[in-house]
Design a protein around this ligand. Sequence first.
Ligand SMILES: Nc1ncnc2c1ncn2[C@@H]1O[C@H](COP(=O)(O)OP(=O)(O)OP(=O)(O)O)[C@@H](O)[C@H]1O
Length: 283
Amino acid sequence: MTSSTAEPAVSVRNVYKAFGKRPQEIVRQVKEGAERSDLTHLGTAAVIDASFDIPPGQIYVVMGLSGSGKSTLIRTLNGLQPPTDGVVEIMGQDITAASPAELRAIRREHLAMVFQHFALLPHRTVAQNAAYALEVRGESKEAQRQRAEEALAMVGLDGWGDHRPDELSGGMRQRVGLARALAADTDIMLMDEAFSALDPLIRRDMQTQLLELQKDLGKTIVFITHDLNEAIRLGDRIAMMKDGRIVQQGTAYELVTQPADDYVARFVEEIDPASIPAPGGAA
Ligand SMILES: Nc1ncnc2c1ncn2[C@@H]1O[C@H](COP(=O)(O)OP(=O)(O)OP(=O)(O)O)[C@@H](O)[C@H]1O
């Protein structure tokens, strides 16, 4: 486990993201105490005052119901949707102040994304899909092939490199999505509902595989889910979102034993604290 005193891999400071014609005005009014529900005539306050640091090597899970702001929050981390207000730092670099060229470089070097619906290119082989980030970087065909094969082996898909995505099951396609992120060899992986489209047993296998890989690779992972059991299984820390706000963040044990409010308490009421690793204790 990486020391929590290390410089954060991801640092999010008072981030707001609003949609609509006048996003700045929405943020201004929210800061003055307006309720999100009173501002719908102006647009949507999708993320409100999010702050957290993720030390290198940790899995940080963002969880919450549909519409709570999870996807918007993760998109502020890779600059796909820049925050309306606040600062995001990736490996110490402020992406909110970066030029488009700097942002592209930060993304290329540090960030890989795994999506719910795989986002594979159908006319390319599995190996070409896995190597996509390396192709974009202009690496040699040989380097692409080698890294793709290594990454496919890591996710249990050795020998599948020459197949097309439509010859694979859903679980296998998601492994290709994961291999593509691993081949990119970035410090940080952003995973948006990455396992949510999979059948329960395959989903559990993927969680196990991710935890196994994580032991060796020590990536920093931001993992979005609406599934509490997945959050508990994967997260070193969990942020619970509601209506755009992070209402609590902590270890699974903290959320279950010391819920910050009734909302979190209701969310976690089915979970037996004895089933969760206590801080410093065994699983
Ligand atoms: N591009 C957009 N334009 C306008 N409103 C948006 C946009 N993207 C998201 N929203 C709104 O922001 C709020 C948060 O959406 P977001 O997709 O981040 O939530 P979520 O927790 O990821 O939900 P889900 O699990 O359904 O994906 C919602 O009210 C949504 O309608």
